[in-house]
Write a protein that binds this ligand. Structure first.
Ligand code: G6P
Length: 371
């Protein structure tokens, strides 16, 4: 068993450290050699005419894969300008979603076996949608039944709490967004080249975050004494906040909530009291001032704030918070692939500090094949 963990204490930690490799493998062979475009036509069969005809996209998934779908919505809308709705599968399948022949349904599933996701996908196909599956398991049920499959090459994921599968799903969305953008002509070659350049820099940037794990261990240990904490952010930072909060709940059993930073004042601010930890994601330039003012609001009510920010904002943000963790500079749409990593490590070390079974949390299963 020790050998399988390759010297790591837990599968989760091993899988967190495998992310640079998972990113590289998921990108491999999918980016044109000149670094100017992404073409997935060798793998996905949808014609360029079909891609041009898509009028809306539904992303459907459960758990962590749903959180990847929340980022996927922003990615596709900003790169390809197609309207996207993201739903949890157990809601989608029962709400008579409006599906037309030009609706593309994207299901996201690490295992490709989640019962609700599979049922939602079948329901969509019955209603005439084309389904593209983003999955980590080549021969899975979802992969077999979908019209198109985009595989995340994260390799087997053993820990119940998903890490490298989630972040590889983000990479799949970037590639898909670039593919759709090329066919639909929504990004210039210069823009696509810039995004691809930043995309291929992510694996090394994740490595540099992993080198700072010791700092995050300390943060996690002090947070582990609290009964409750909050994650806040705007835009894709809010999507990552939701994943960070889920991860922490799953393995540390500490209660936490993720909030859209601007929504705090409509209720949740009442829960902020002296010493309560708040993890604030602040990586988006156009939302920077707004999020900073939310950080100041929770600080003023006694919160202990850890900011996860960009190298560029670090010095300024530091003036308003208790602790800062910086991620390397990248494009705004790509920050989730970096900012999720410190949150994964915080969850891991919090669970470890509390003596829980990190890889096999109580009440949870790796793949939920019953409804
Ligand atoms: C379970 C796992 C989660 C996972 C979810 C969806 O709840 O514990 O980690 O995100 O299922 O799984 P899938 O295989 O469809 O991505």
């Amino acid at each position: 068993v020790t050998a399988e963990k390759a010297g790591f204490d837990h599968f989760m930690l091993k899988e967190i450290y495998e992310q640079p490799k998972a990113y590289r493998e998921t990108m491999l062979g999918r980016i044109a050699e000149d670094g100017q475009s992404v073409n997935l036509s060798k793998e996905i069969e949808m014609s360029d005419d079909y891609v041009k005809s898509i009028s809306k996209i539904h992303i459907v998934a459960c758990g962590t894969a749903y959180h990847a779908g929340l980022v996927g919505k922003t990615v596709i809308e900003s790169l390809a300008r197609i309207p996207v709705e993201t739903d949890v599968a157990s809601e989608y399948r029962y709400r008579s979603p409006i599906i037309t022949p030009d609706t593309l349904v994207i299901v996201v599933s690490q295992s490709g076996e989640t019962a609700d996701t599979l049922a939602a996908m079948r329901e969509a196909q019955r209603n005439g949608a084309r389904v593209l599956a983003v999955t980590n398991v080549v021969g899975s049920s979802v992969a077999r039944e979908a019209n198109d499959v985009l595989v995340t090459w994260a390799g087997p994921e053993i820990a119940v709490a998903s890490t490298k599968a989630y972040s590889s799903q983000l990479i799949a969305f970037y590639l898909l967004g670039l593919h759709l953008a090329r066919v639909r002509g929504t990004q210039t070659t210069e823009q696509m080249t810039e995004i691809i350049h930043a995309l291929t820099a992510l694996p090394e940037q994740v490595e540099s975050i992993l080198e700072q794990a010791a700092v995050l261990k300390q943060v996690a240990e002090s947070m582990s004494h609290h009964q409750s904490l909050f994650f806040i952010g705007r835009g894709v930072d809010y999507a990552v906040a939701q994943e960070g909060s889920l991860k922490l709940k799953e393995i540390s059993y500490i209660h936490s909530e993720a909030y859209a930073a601007g929504e705090l004042k409509h209720g949740t601010l009442a829960l902020i009291e002296d010493g309560i930890p708040v993890i604030a994601l602040i990586s988006q330039e156009d939302l920077y001032e707004k999020t900073l003012s939310n950080i100041k609001e929770v600080k003023a009510r006694g919160a202990h704030v850890l900011a996860v920010t960009n190298q560029g904002f670090e010095a300024e943000v530091a003036k308003s918070v208790d602790e800062v963790f910086s991620i390397p500079k990248t494009l705004p749409v790509l920050t989730p692939a970096l900012s999720v990593v410190p949150l994964q490590l915080i969850s891991y070390y919090a669970s470890l500090a509390l003596g829980h079974d990190v890889d096999k949390p109580r009440n949870l299963a790796k793949s939920v094949t019953v409804e």
